[in-house]
Ligand binder design. Structure first.
Ligand code: AMP
Length: 303
């Protein structure tokens, strides 16, 4: 049975420079990328805040994707802003130039009553204290998935560890896992995170794919091979949004179904990085994703 997914995280205006060019004031934010990806699979209830400068066309786009914005607060002040760049030598590594929390600094999530029974939760990247506040307001979560990044691992480690302990699935990239667990070995990092309590850990390795770990099993998926990447921003969020959205849409929480969810996440992310901001996602049809899903399956299969 299909359930909606509740998503909290940054809703942002980004300035991004990549080897393919640069864009200023574009739509971004972890919650935005993940909500759009999840909306291909199920209903999405978004929680976040924007400032008075947030363009109406960005709100309209989220509405057109069918994303429920009852939990999106509008505050006086500036929207969360992130500026960063990627170098041609390593497109997997985002370099942050500026992170301005702005209206997120005083944001207190207050979930609409209609969100509080949601069972599938994606805690996209934002202050872990806000992630905890959201988790505290849902009555009976079946699957809480969380993501984070270097900024919060360094700045709010203790609160972040609380989030990890309360989550069922932790999604993290290899660089962040290294920072969090102080090891270069992904298997060791996954084990250390599993020891904190989550049932599953996913370590994303950019163009080298992703690995799913439980205490008993491991699954590895390649990334979808692309000859050109335009803007890697939001790849991780798109992966996580599609992953959680697929699980919520199918309603089945098992290791086998998580493998499919990892593949859908991989496919969605491969589209997101083919243009700046969410430009590619605006025109993406589910049929395009289905074709690439079959392609990924063929690439990964062997006897
Ligand atoms: P990703 O490339 O998947 O790691 O996510 C990039 C998105 O995360 C951008 O659109 C940013 O607006 C957002 N972002 C960057 N830094 C932070 C942060 N410290 N907290 C929350 N969101 C962030």
């Amino acid at each position: 049975m299909s359930s909606p997914v509740l998503i909290v995280g940054s809703v942002a205006i980004d300035d991004v420079r990549t080897p393919a060019g640069e864009r200023e004031n574009c739509l971004g934010g972890a919650a935005v990328y993940s909500a759009v990806a999840a909306s291909f699979f199920t209903g999405v209830n978004l929680v976040g805040v924007v400032g008075s400068d947030f363009p109406g066309e960005y709100v309209a786009f989220l509405g057109e994707r069918g994303i429920n914005l009852d939990g999106l607060q509008r505050a006086q002040g500036q929207t969360f802003r992130w500026a960063g760049y990627y170098e041609a030598e390593d497109l997997n590594q985002a370099h942050s130039l500026e992170t301005r929390l702005n209206v997120f600094a005083d944001f207190r999530p207050d979930l609409p009553e209609s969100y509080r029974d949601d069972e599938f939760i994606f805690l996209a990247c934002i202050d872990p204290e806000l992630q905890l506040q959201v988790l505290g307001q849902v009555r009976s979560p079946r699957l809480a998935v969380c993501d984070t990044r270097d900024f919060w691992i360094v700045g709010k480690r203790d609160a972040l560890v609380e989030v990890l302990k309360k989550s069922d699935v932790v999604i993290i990239n290899d660089g962040e896992a290294r920072l969090l667990c102080e090891t270069n070995n992904n298997v060791q990092a996954a084990r250390r995170i599993l020891e904190l309590g989550p049932r599953f850990v996913i370590i994303k390795k950019g163009e080298h794919g992703a690995m799913l770990f439980s205490r008993e099993a491991v699954f590895a998926a390649p990334s979808f091979p692309l000859a050109e990447v335009v803007d890697p921003t939001g790849a991780g969020d798109t992966f996580a949004g599609a992953f959680t959205g697929y699980l919520a849409g199918s309603g089945e929480i098992s290791f086998e179904n998580m493998k499919r969810a990892v593949a859908w996440g991989t496919v969605a992310a491969s589209f997101a990085i083919q243009d700046f901001s969410l430009e590619r996602m605006k025109t993406l049809a589910f049929e395009d994703m289905r074709t690439r899903y079959a392609g990924l399956k063929a690439i990964a299969a062997f006897e």
